[in-house]
Structure formats: C-alpha cells, structure tokens
Design a protein around this ligand. Structure first.
Ligand code: ATP
Ligand code: MG
Length: 571
C-alpha cells in the first residue's frame, strides 16, 4: 500500500475521553473511529489487525477440530424465553421489535441459538461430539462502555460451543480448548496467564480465563509466588490465617461506645484508635429480594461472587438505605450482628478466629466493643472475602501476589444447563434419551488486539508484535521527489510485495520528521529508510521499532534481510 493513497487519518492530539493507552493509540493512529459510545468503525489499519487476530483464531480452532458457522445476530425472543434468560439477562440485552411487534434481541452470546440449532439436528450418540464456532459481531449494552475496543458495546467475538454424550468427553474437549487457547495467545505474541475462574454451579475446575497481564486491566489475578496456582480474584480461595490457640484472648464484656457520625471503617477505626483488623463489617444484601447479612473483617472486601455461590441465588445486590433501616432498625452505617433478628447472618472464616472485635450497634451513633462470635447466631462461616496481596496460597505455603490483567478469553464447561432448558437430547447407545453435555469457549477479538497494544507500546506509539501488525515493514522514502530515492524505494517495495511481505510505502510529500513520527505511532515493526546520503554509499537504513539503534544494509540485500526478520518473528 502507498501511504499517499491510503486512508490513515492520524490525530495530533490525544482525544480526551481515551483513558487507556491502547484506546489513545488506536484513535491517534487512525485505527478506529468512534460512532457512538462503545461502537466503532474499524478503519483500514484497525480492520487489518482484527483480521490477523481472527485468522490465528480460525486456524487454531480448525486445527483443534472445530467447524466454522455463522449464526444470526438478530435472535428471536422465544429462544431466550425457553432458556429463561429473557427475564434474567437485564439491560445488557438490547431488545427490539420487528414490524409485526415480535420481540428480538441482538445476540450478546449464542448458547440459545446454537443449542436449538444442534439440538434439532442431533438424533443419536453417533452424531456427537461436535465443536462449532463463529467469529461474529456481538452486542452487549454494557453499563460503562470504555477503553475503546476493550469494553465496547458492539464487538467482535469468537464463540465456540461443543456438544458431547458424557461429562468425560466434555472434559476432554475442555482440555483440547485449553491447549488451543494457549497456542492462540502465544501465536499472537502476548504474555498471558490461564487462570481459574468462577464456574458458578458447575463443580470442578472447568472455567478458565486467559488473562493478558497489563496494569490497565480491569481484572485482578492472584498468583502464587511459589507454585503454579493462578486464579481470578473473584474465585481465588482465601486461606484464613487461624490464630494459634495461645494467641486467643478471653472474651470481655461488650461495651457500647458513642461514635457520633462515624460510619465507615476508616472513620470508626480512626475514632476508636483500633486497627481495621479488629473491626467486623456488617453488610446488608438483598438476595433475590430478601435481606441477608454478611460479616467480613474490616480490612477485607466481601466477594460478591463467592457470597452468591454460598447463597445459591440468582440476583445479589447491596441493600438500599431503606432495606438497611428495616433490617437493623437504625440509621445505615451502624449495622452489627448482635441482636439482629429475622435475617440470616453469613460470616467469613476470618471472623471465626477474631476476639473482642468492634461492630456497629444497630443504633444511630453507637458501636460495640468486645463483641465475640458467641454474642450472635451465624448461619455459618464461609469463604466470603476476596484474597489480598500477601495472603497464603491455597495450594502451597507460598504467598499470593495480585496482578492486573485483561480477560481476553474464557472457556467454560456448561454441563446440561442449556440442553435441558432447550430440550436438546440424544439417544444414547443404551437406548436412553439424555441431555447433551456442552462447553463454551469465547475470545474477544478486538479486545485481544487492544491488549496487545497495552503490552507493547512506548512514548512514541504502538510496537506491534509481528503476528498482529497491519504492515510488517514501512519504507520511508525521505524525499520521494529525488528520482534516485523514488526509484530505489519503488524497487524494494515491488521486491517485498513479490516476497509476500506486507509493506507500506511512505511516498508522501512530507518532512522526514513527520514520516518518522507516523511510522513510530503506527507501530510497524520494521522500518527501511531511504535517504540521499546513505543511498550514495549504496546503503539503506534498517530500524526495528523495538530498538533505539538502526543499522545499514546494502540496497541489494534490504528486501531479503527484511524477509528474514519477518519470517523469524512469525516462527
Ligand atoms: P467481562 O467480565 O470482561 O465483561 P465476560 O465474562 O462478560 O467479560 P464472556 O461472556 O466470557 O465475557 O465473553 C467472552 C470474551 O468476549 C471475553 O473473554 C472478552 O474477551 C470478550 N468480551 C466480553 N465483553 C466484551 C466487551 N464488552 N467488549 C469487548 N470484548 C468483550
Ligand atoms: Mg461482561
């Protein structure tokens, strides 16, 4: 491609609404253009990158035995009503009506459509197993679309679904996809971890997220410094450090203290001059509309995913002020477990080993000192908190570190949940009709491209890993009006194209400084610079985007050298 004829609308200024570096650089480099919040056009460079990620995903999925299909994006409500998700999906599901007033929604994911599709076709165990996938535009009306392609509302996803006669076979395919995902992200040139994720009602470790490590990531990953344990913080098991019995102290009598206006952990602990570890937070939640109470230590955070799993409810939300008043019979900010009636109390394991702690007094401006677990009745003690940096590893004696990352892929064993709801059954070899066992496997295509930029950039712009770059090499003709430079550039351009190298020829009538700046911003991994001085000596300057220094190659060797570098990087 000739730069002079291309559509690469770069920007001089960083758009003010772009918070993370990948979003900034994609806008500045003319990769994408916002149409509405979370909705983007992919310009030529952005589209090329997207197609590169797609191609890697497609190749590896096919190598793993999956077959590509394309399902509709507009999906009928009946399917979602059948699975029950029409009512529980909430506002992320964009619903619409056709001219006959029939309900539809834009597919945020395709379990319903695919289960209906495959369920209709499968008759017997002989038709299974199957793994089918698509690369498609999804729509999720996210509450906070942001970070460009990282959390869009309209975005490209690869979603795959597998169908099996038995749990064991679904687990075999899960492993197959696990290995396939590792290959995909390695081939994209990314540093990533496969981490255990919450698998809700499904038993066993059959949910993994593939997380690209980056400071800007919205996910937190706990990993052990000593063993290979790695899990999403939502899921990572907390080991409560149990106080050895000799450290326990005898319970004292409860004291009522006046704590005027002190509600938060910070306010109360500062006022009472106690550590947050000595306080127990009392949180009122609504589980499917009914109040429940959770207790966690002052310096810990309640983990809503874990709490939801313990309660086995569909919907869990922090109670509003009115509900708190109803449960505690006092102003919000002073809730405590002592004397609470008509509501179940779930306590975190770490509370079980605390002595003489501070809680709210269920009375405005009152906190209690010297509370012990004998002073209230808990439903039980559970793992309810998120792990924190320095916690003990649940698998070994090492300590956990918390890193930030971007979830680019997710694999999940679904079991028979959708098959049962959608009536997708098969006749087994024993003549018994059984529900199909399923798995699902997603990759955010655009998010993967954005994650690659988060991991590979500097103050001048993007530094593409070779497998994802829109062009492998840029030829910067310093002064294309100079005939010698123009002819030499055109010759190398033709030679590289011949070799199948993706090349952008910067033939624009621009100052060299502008051209170098743009080449760095776009992030093309190899640059060949043709200037009058070096050309006089028969040389071309070769610079890798990743390196500070450049080197000279003979004009006649330049194309072959670039080819060697590109091939090496794609190995
Ligand atoms: P998140 O927790 O980030 O919202 P999710 O759990 O909703 O993700 P899945 O339903 O598992 O995501 O979707 C599969 C993949 O699709 C994710 O791993 C991610 O890479 C991608 N993805 C999900 N939501 C978005 C989005 N709003 N924008 C871009 N990619 C997305
Ligand atoms: Mg989501």
């Amino acid at each position: 491609m000739r730069y002079s004829q291309s559509f690469i609308p770069t920007l001089k200024e960083t758009p003010s609404d772009a918070e993370v570096i990948s979003h900034q650089l994609m806008l500045r480099g003319g990769y994408i253009k916002k149409a509405a919040a979370g909705i983007y056009s992919y310009l030529p460079l952005g589209f090329k990158v997207l197609k590169k990620v797609e191609a890697i995903v497609r190749e590896e999925m096919e190598r793993a035995g999956a077959q590509e299909i394309l399902m509709p994006m507009v999906t009928p409500a009946e399917l979602w009503q059948k699975s029950g998700r029409w009512d529980i999906y909430g506002k992320e599901l964009l619903r619409l009506k056709d001219r006959h007033d029939r309900d539809f929604c834009l597919g945020p994911t395709h379990e319903e459509v695919v289960t209906e599709l495959v369920g209709n076709y499968v008759r017997s165990y002989r038709d299974l197993p199957l793994n089918i996938f698509q690369v498609q535009t999804k729509f999720r009306d996210e509450v906070r679309p942001r970070f460009g392609l990282m959390r869009g509302r309209e975005f490209v996803m690869k979603d795959a679904y597998s169908f099996h006669t038995t749990d064991e076979d679904a687990e075999r395919e899960y492993q197959n996809m696990f290995e396939t995902y590792k290959r995909i992200f390695a081939r994209c040139g990314l540093k990533f971890r496969a981490v255990e994720a919450d698998s809700g009602a499904i038993g066993g470790n059959f949910s993994h997220e593939f997380v690209v490590l980056a400071e800007s990531g919205e996910d937190a990953v706990a990993s052990c410094s000593a063993c290979d344990y790695a899990a999403n913080v939502e899921k990572a098991a907390a080991k409560s450090k149990r106080n050895p019995p000799s450290h326990r102290v005898a319970p004292l009598d409860i004291e009522h203290l006046s704590t005027p206006g002190r509600k938060t952990v910070e306010e109360v602990t500062a006022f009472m001059k106690v550590a947050a570890e000595q306080l127990v937070k009392t949180l009122v939640y609504l589980a499917d509309g009914n109040p429940v109470v959770a207790l966690v230590r002052g310096d810990h955070e309640l983990n809503e995913v874990k709490f939801k799993n313990v309660l086995n409810c569909n919907d869990l939300e922090l109670a509003d002020a009115a509900a708190v008043v109803k449960v505690t019979k006092s102003a919000p900010g002073f809730a405590g477990p002592v004397g609470l009636e008509g509501v179940k109390i779930y306590a975190d394991h770490s509370v079980e080993v605390m002595d003489n702690f501070v809680t709210g007094g269920n009375e405005k401006d009152v906190h209690l000192k010297n509370v012990n677990i004998k002073d209230f009745i808990a439903e039980g003690f559970y793992d309810l908190r998120s792990v924190i940096h320095g916690d003990e590893c649940p698998k070994c004696n090492g300590t956990l570190e918390i890193h930030r990352g971007i979830e680019v892929g997710h694999i999940f064993k679904l079991g028979t949940k959708y098959a049962e709801a959608m009536d997708a059954t098969f006749l087994d070899s024993d003549g018994v009709e059984k529900p199909i066992v399923m798995g699902c496997y997603g990759i955010g295509v655009g998010r993967t491209a954005a994650a690659a930029i988060e991991q590979n950039n500097d103050e001048s712009g993007i530094i593409w890993p070779m497998p994802l770059t829109p062009y492998e090499v840029i030829i910067t003709a310093v002064n294309p009006k100079d005939e010698e430079i123009r002819n030499a550039s055109e010759a190398i351009y033709a030679e590289l194209q011949e070799k199948g190298i993706e090349v952008l020829l910067d033939d624009r009538d621009e100052r060299p400084g502008v051209k170098f700046k743009d080449a760095d911003l776009l992030g093309i991994p190899v640059r060949l610079t043709l200037g009058a001085r070096s050309l006089k000596e028969g040389n071309v300057e070769l610079k890798l985007r990743r390196d500070k220094e450049s080197s000279n190659v003979r004009l006649g060797d330049a194309a072959a050298e670039v080819e060697r570098i590109v091939k090496e990087a794609l190995k």
